[in-house]
Write a protein that binds this ligand. Structure first.
Ligand code: GLU
Length: 520
């Protein structure tokens, strides 16, 4: 079995937008597949038609593509096991349910919803904590284990609605080895007789999932911890279908917790806590009111996919070294299931932002300039792309998200109308004002002599300021903050002389004269 080709799958149900935890599951599958030279499959598990949400499948494909998680085989790509949407595979599952019945591991259950309710009510009245259809209760129900054979045949011949259930043994230990958790042992008395096939002939998740993992030759099942309770049932299914020797290896990923650690990060937490829990923005409908809803997405909030991937990789895994910045290629190289933790991972929004800042800064200015240009265009402003590149170049150390460029860089395009008063009150003295007025004039004259268009470089602008302050018998340090605030309005910003160089001497002079006039 060790030389078996590695084939993993991401098997989401299209019941809504993909949660960020789902993206992490897809990522870990992808990393393992790439690391071990295997294949990554995408299967759409849509057997629960009541929970089907239009647009969810498209969303899943788009989200994976945006994240750079490449599907080798499956929905949207095709492959030898097509179709990869379970609803389109419906006819295929029946034979396996029949096999389970024929071999005594499954049975027909004819109970009506009312009969099932009555059973639960009876058990609740008898203080049974968790009423289930199981090895004990099935003996009192209407199924092919309790009814005489001829009655069963008559019910089937009369097209009486039925489901097919798994016959879970009453007293048996079910054990399997989880790659993250080690041996997992569950007593069969804790497992109920799950429905495998519904009355409309549609398999349930459990049957379809096992049949497909087998037919698609899946070698590793990597999925969220919420599926751990289903795993023993799945092991029984592999056994009863005669597939135990090729059963995939299981790895159940740790839970993702809310930032304060008080429970599982849910789909609703995003809106409540003010950060996205979905990779892309999702336009849905409120289940109660039917009103359209919009849920925030990492993409629209300005996260770069590399940053999101790096962040998610660390929610449950670590490389065992101090290195934190990993490209997808580096993650593939470093990844191993051994280093996936079994303890839950706390979601940390600040860390996500930290990764984003890193990846933003690492991007070439030419790739960032379009973000600023878009912000400008939205405000009816234009800018030469080369100048936009210069601006993002000096601003990128100061922003967390690309859409911040416009906000932070506004003063390159609009003269300040307000000044940071705390700084001005302290630093804008008559002597400093006199220096800055002269300075503005000096650089503007210089530019004019040099042909009007010439922008002195940052060092020269600094040199001029030194000269002028010395003439006034001040020190350059006494004028810098007032200069910054007079030109930009703000007390902090990127390198001052770079800023002045981008603005150009004529504009700097105009702003200095305006500040002096406004405050004299
Ligand atoms: N369809 C299941 C889900 O939505 C897949 C669980 C599994 O990977 O087995 O998560």
């Amino acid at each position: 079995m060790t030389d078996r080709p590695v084939r993993v799958r991401f098997a989401p149900s299209p019941t809504g937008p993909l949660h960020i935890g789902g993206v992490r599951t897809a990522l870990y599958n992808y990393l393992l597949a790439r690391k071990l030279g295997g294949k990554m499959l995408l299967r759409i598990e849509d057997t629960d038609q009541n929970r089907f949400v239009p647009g969810a499948e498209e969303y899943i494909l788009e989200a994976l593509a945006w994240c750079g998680i490449v599907i080798d085989e499956g929905q949207g790509v095709g492959g030898p096991h097509a179709p990869y949407r379970q609803s389109e595979r419906k006819p295929l599952y029946r034979q396996y349910a029949d096999q389970l019945i024929a071999e005594g591991n499954g049975y027909y259950a004819f109970d009506t919803p009312e009969e099932l309710d009555a059973m639960r009510a009876r058990l609740q009245a008898a203080k049974v904590p968790n009423p289930q259809y199981n090895a004990i209760t099935r003996t009192q129900m209407r199924n092919s284990l309790t009814l005489p054979e001829n009655e069963v045949q008559a019910l089937l011949a009369a097209n009486t609605p039925y489901v097919i259930r798994l016959k879970v043994p009453r007293k048996e230990e079910v054990r399997f080895q989880d790659m993250i958790r080690g041996w997992v042992v569950v007593h069969s008395s804790a497992i109920d007789d799950k429905v495998l096939m519904k009355s409309d002939g549609m398999p349930t998740y459990h049957l379809a999932n096992i049949v497909d993992d087998h037919l698609m030759e899946i070698s590793h099942v990597i999925r969220g911890e919420e599926w751990l309770p289903s795993a023993p049932l799945h092991v029984l299914l592999y056994r009863y279908l005669g597939w135990e020797s090729t059963m995939p290896q299981f790895a159940h990923l740790p839970l993702l917790l809310k930032p304060d650690g008080t429970g599982k990060l849910s789909k609703r937490d995003g809106d409540r806590l003010g950060f996205p829990v979905f990779p892309l923005e999702w336009h849905g409908t409120d289940a109660e009111t039917g009103e359209p809803t919009v849920s925030r997405g990492y993409r629209e909030d300005g996260y770069l996919p590399d940053a999101l991937i790096n962040f998610l990789a660390f929610l449950g895994w670590n490389p065992g070294t101090a290195q934190e910045i990993f490209s997808m290629e580096e993650l593939i190289e470093a990844f191993s299931i051994d280093r996936v933790s079994k303890s839950p991972a706390k979601f940390d929004q600040n860390k996500a932002k930290w990764f984003n800042e890193h990846y933003l800064r690492a991007k070439p200015d030419a790739e960032l300039a379009p973000y600023l240009l878009a912000g400008l265009a939205a405000h009816g402003l234009h800018c030469d792309p080369a100048k936009a590149e210069q601006i993002v170049g000096v601003m990128k150390e100061r922003v967390s998200f690309p859409q911040d460029f416009w906000q932070e860089a506004k003063y390159f395009f609009e003269a300040p109308t307000e000044y940071d008063e705390a700084v001005m009150a302290k630093k804008w003295t008559p002597a400093v004002a006199a220096v800055l007025v002269d300075y503005g004039q000096l650089i503007a004259d210089y530019a004019q002599e040099a042909g009007g268009e010439a922008f002195p470089p940052a060092e020269d602008l600094k040199g001029f300021l030194t000269t002028v302050t010395e003439e006034h018998e001040l020190k350059i340090g006494q004028t810098l903050q007032a200069l910054r605030v007079a030109v930009t309005g703000a007390a902090a910003g990127p390198d001052l002389f770079e800023t002045l160089a981008i603005l150009g001497p004529v504009e700097v002079n105009a702003r200095l004269q305006a500040a002096a006039q406004g405050r004299s």
